[in-house]
Design a protein around this ligand. Structure first.
Ligand code: F6R
Length: 608
């Protein structure tokens, strides 16, 4: 997805710093890059198709001089990747420059209207429409805030936009209308960017923004205005505890490898928070709810699948996982009363499907709760109560440590709610607490023990273009997550389902070494043995992920058994996902794919 960014500073060295931010937004996915820096009455615009390193090198972006500048990384939606469609864009007379992130769905209509009024639109990109729509109002108002308000009224869509005008080169403007955007406050310089991690090497001081807000930045101040009526909004800055170092590869070849290994630390840190009062408000709201919808997309949805098992079985709360984009169709006539909660699970806290669901559900009376990784994100700010999954920055497009910490946070919440409601005795709560505190050691053993085996099996599986993954009960979500990881970075068909469903049709695919991966929790041996033998006796290749379970090894070749450490029914799914992440990673490397940046994907999906 596109990334936008800008800096206004007292010194004339913004280009190098813009590139620091731009490089850190690259993980979102892009095909073109550009910068526009102002000095002495001239806006210097340089942009092209290609990697950010290529564009920096070929257009000498680091040598640009000026104390105000904006940049953009473009992921094509309107208009093919080309120099002219790359952003930023000028207005008609070259006085104003702007770049957007998101989609203007009224693109054709708004473009036609602007052209009829004489605007000279030269690209096929919707970002250029934003510049001209604002230009139209600036020509009348001679005031950037009024011009932005007027321009926005000309367009429909979900986006964020950053701009400046030669008339006021000491001010940078931006507006948030559905895509993520955050202000950063430095020493005599102020930043704006699509996400917080991108500005962390420059500052930890940030100001979150809500949809419908315009910002006016100078080198040492920020003001926020409402798009509705131009009124000023006061908001304090905050200090982020995310670390900029989280976002470098270190000794690892890929962010994905590093992030799989970081699960040891991430689970340890989160487990410390088990008794923390920061969870009190969320625990209290969940304990009061008689029903909770768990809303997520992709990996976060898979975490909800395991989470619903925990909440139903440990906390005694009826929990129903629902796909982010499905809720408002499926439950449009449902009356939530006063006791229905909606727990929105999102690493980025910016996913459009989730935000649409919250916008639909909030006015109906659902209690909106949040589980996010990025502090200050939109989902956090729309929630009555929320918790951080505390996984640190995740740079690789595929989710790994954030998925695992989401599942662990579900277990922590279920334990706290179950205990608060008396469903879990003091003794059982204490013993579950001990298991949670001990988890990171088991994660460490699992990563180490699975690595070599995953590498070995990956060599063979990387030649295969289809496989099935099966889970049962608490491991169903793990199978779904494993299949998503394998599909996402191997471009092959990997389907996941409940293991009892396999015989109802999919079994016909099995012959001649077809791989079927079973994820088995300790108590489920008796249910899955027959499922595994159905595959084994049809010449399929069962691969098992489970702790040592007597008798299970009879159905699987020794080298196809990923033995995870002994734990319990509730802990085992958190360990079992690790061999699948490693398998997906090594298969991808075998295929010559960069697992950090799979084609067609982006980390944060702020569009419908
Ligand atoms: C898969 C993956 C995606 C995200 C999904 C939701 O590896 O990363 O499926 O899980 O786009 O994103 P968030 O959690 O930011 O809402």
């Amino acid at each position: 997805m596109c990334g936008i960014f800008g800096i206004i500073a007292k010194k004339s060295d913004v280009a190098k710093k813009l590139l620091i931010i731009g490089k850190r937004l690259a993980y979102r996915g892009y095909d073109s890059a550009g910068l526009a820096v102002y000095k002495d009455g001239v806006i210097d615009l340089r942009k092209d198709v290609g990697t950010i390193d290529y564009v920096i090198e070929s257009l000498k972006l680091a040598e640009m001089k000026g104390n105000i500048g904006i940049g953009q990384l473009r992921w094509s939606t309107f208009g093919k990747p080309s120099k002219i469609n790359a952003q930023p864009h000028f207005d008609c007379d070259g006085d104003m420059i702007g770049a957007h992130n998101g989609n203007i769905i009224s693109y054709y209509e708004t473009k036609e209207n602007l052209e009829k009024e004489g605007h000279n639109i030269i690209s096929q990109n919707d970002g250029e429409i934003c510049v001209h729509a604002i230009e139209k109002h600036y020509d009348k108002e001679q005031d950037m805030i009024k011009a932005i308000i007027g321009g926005i009224a000309e367009m429909e869509g979900a986006f964020a936009f950053v701009t400046y005008h030669k008339d006021s080169p000491e001010k940078l403007y931006a507006v948030k209308m559905g895509s993520s955007l955050v202000i950063g406050l430095g020493e005599e310089e102020t930043y704006i960017a699509s996400d917080l991690p991108s500005i962390l090497p420059l500052t930890k001081k940030f100001v979150p923004l809500n949809d419908g807000e315009i910002v006016e930045l100078t080198a040492d101040s920020y003001r926020i205005f409402s798009v509705k009526d131009g009124s000023e909004i006061t908001r304090e800055s905050r200090i982020s505890d995310l670390s900029a170092e989280d976002a470098v590869k270190g000794d690892f070849d890929y962010f994905l490898t590093k992030e799989i290994y970081e699960q040891v630390d991430a689970t340890e840190k989160l487990a410390y928070g088990l008794e923390s009062d920061v969870l009190d408000s969320l625990v209290e709201k969940l304990a009061k709810a008689d029903k909770v919808f768990l809303i997520g997309c992709g990996s976060s949805l898979n975490a909800c699948n395991v989470g619903s098992y925990y909440l139903n079985n440990v906390a005694g709360v009826l929990a129903i996982p629902v796909i982010g984009g499905r809720f408002f169709e499926e439950y449009k006539d449902y009356d939530p009363g006063d006791t229905t909660a909606m727990l929105c699970v999102s690493q980025s806290g910016e996913t459009k499907d989730i935000i649409n669901t919250i916008n639909f559900a909030k006015p109906k009376g659902y209690h909106i709760l949040g589980m996010v990784n990025v502090p200050g994100s939109t989902v956090e700010r729309m929630s009555e109560a929320y918790a951080y999954i505390g996984a640190g920055i995740e740079r690789s497009v595929p989710a790994t440590k954030t998925y695992t910490n989401q599942v662990l946070l579900f277990l922590i919440l279920a334990a706290r709610v179950g205990h608060a409601k008396g469903k879990l005795s003091d003794k059982d709560f204490e013993s579950l607490k001990d298991e949670i505190h001990n988890l990171s050691k088991l994660v460490e053993v699992t990563v180490k023990n699975s690595d070599e085996r995953a590498k070995k099996i990956a060599k063979e599986l990387s030649k295969i273009n289809a496989m099935s993954l099966l889970g049962y009960g608490v491991t169903h979500g793990v199978a779904l997550e494993g299949a998503l990881k394998i599909r996402e970075i191997n471009y092959i068909a990997a389907e996941a389902m409940y293991s009892s469903e396999f015989k109802h049709g999919p079994l016909s695919i099995v012959s001649d070494g077809y791989p079927v991966i079973y994820v088995v929790a300790p108590n489920d041996k008796y249910y899955v043995i027959s499922h595994i033998s159905e595959v084994e006796c049809r010449e399929g290749r069962p691969i098992v992920i489970a702790e040592h379970i007597d008798g299970l090894d009879k159905y699987v070749q020794e080298e196809d058994y990923f033995e995870i450490p002994k734990s319990s029914q509730l802990i085992s799914p958190i360990l079992a996902v690790i061999p699948l992440q490693l398998l997906a990673l090594y298969m991808s490397i075998e295929r010559g794919i960069n697992p950090d940046y799979p084609r067609n994907l982006s980390k944060t999906l702020t569009v419908d």
